[in-house]
Design a protein around this ligand. Structure first.
Ligand SMILES: [Zn+2]
Length: 298
């Protein structure tokens, strides 16, 4: 399996570069208000926009691109009034677009496709994460569609509580797929739920996660959290921060963080031990291009 190539590179201590934001880039590029249905409705209406976005991240040097599947789970589709029986079809469409971009760029075997599992319950709210069995059944449906449409591995993203990250990892491992688990941090640098990184790592690795990451967290807080996570984890760790703030009705982009300033934070994460680096909400292909210089630093 091609994922072996990624694992071999991580085992050598190389820095891998992820892509940057998908959702906020769709908002920015479409010029439409950043409503919660936009990533899915724009993909259905303008698939070329998503393909182009993936292509730009590949051009910027990403080793991994993330399929636009973050909001394609059953409750997320239901919430925005899309027939939830379309989970498999819409998930497969997102994976196909990523693959078309990669293969169109002639980078098969070099750039890998992560299938994203977005958070369940209200975003960023650890108290609203559903029970483990509910998370598991939602994620299983999506992972099944991703496995048959050919993702290289599963990336559980923006988990506010260890429980939902575990569900994503378990769903992936059951289907024979590699899983990376990415959680968000609170302002003190702990897991958003207050759970200690040591416990989170222990449980996630025993469930079969191959890497543990922190995402969608302010860059300076992420630096604090990464010091703790890297110390606790025997498996590779990674980071991709947000440079935009969600204001309840949409994304607020300004004042924007320059790619060079973002690189300064990413260097702190690599110094702390991170080997998987990318961008979350508010980042662009230019932020990912800037990260290229970290490949030689590790
Ligand atoms: Zn984000």
């Amino acid at each position: 399996m091609s994922i072996d190539k990624i694992e071999a590179r991580l085992a050598k201590g190389e820095v891998l570069i992820l892509d940057g934001a998908i959702g906020t880039e769709i908002t920015r590029r479409s010029g439409l208000p950043g409503t919660s249905d936009l990533a899915v409705t724009q993909m259905i209406k303008s698939p070329g926009l998503i393909r182009e976005l993936h292509k730009d991240y590949i051009g910027a040097g990403a080793d991994v691109i993330t399929a636009n599947t973050y909001d394609c789970n059953r409750p997320a589709l239901e919430q925005v009034g899309i027939d939830p029986s379309r989970v498999a079809q819409i998930t497969a469409m997102a994976v196909d677009l990523a693959r078309e971009a990669r293969d169109g760029a002639g980078r098969e075997g070099e750039v890998f496709i992560a299938g994203s599992l977005g958070p369940l319950g209200s975003d960023y709210d650890p108290d609203d994460v559903p029970p483990l069995d509910v998370c598991l059944s939602v994620y299983r449906e999506q992972v099944e569609a991703m496995a048959s449409s050919g993702v290289d591995f599963i990336l559980v993203e923006t988990a506010a509580r260890v429980r939902s990250a575990r569900a994503g990892v378990k769903a992936a491992v059951e289907m024979g797929l590699t899983a990376w688990a990415s959680l968000i941090a609170d302002s003190k640098g702990r897991v958003k739920s207050g759970e200690p990184w040591g416990e989170a790592v222990e449980v996630l690795l025993s469930d079969g996660a191959s890497a543990v990451l922190i995402n969608c967290t302010q860059p300076e807080v992420l630096s604090l959290a990464m010091k703790e996570l890297a110390q606790q984890s025997a498996a590779p760790v990674g980071a991709y921060a947000q440079c935009a703030r969600y204001k309840g009705f949409g994304w607020e982009f300004g004042p924007s963080m320059s790619p060079q300033r973002y690189l300064g934070y990413a260097r702190q994460w690599v110094d702390a031990g991170a080997r998987i680096i990318g961008g979350c909400c508010g980042t662009t292909p230019e932020h990912i291009r800037a990260l290229g210089s970290l490949r030689d630093q590790a």
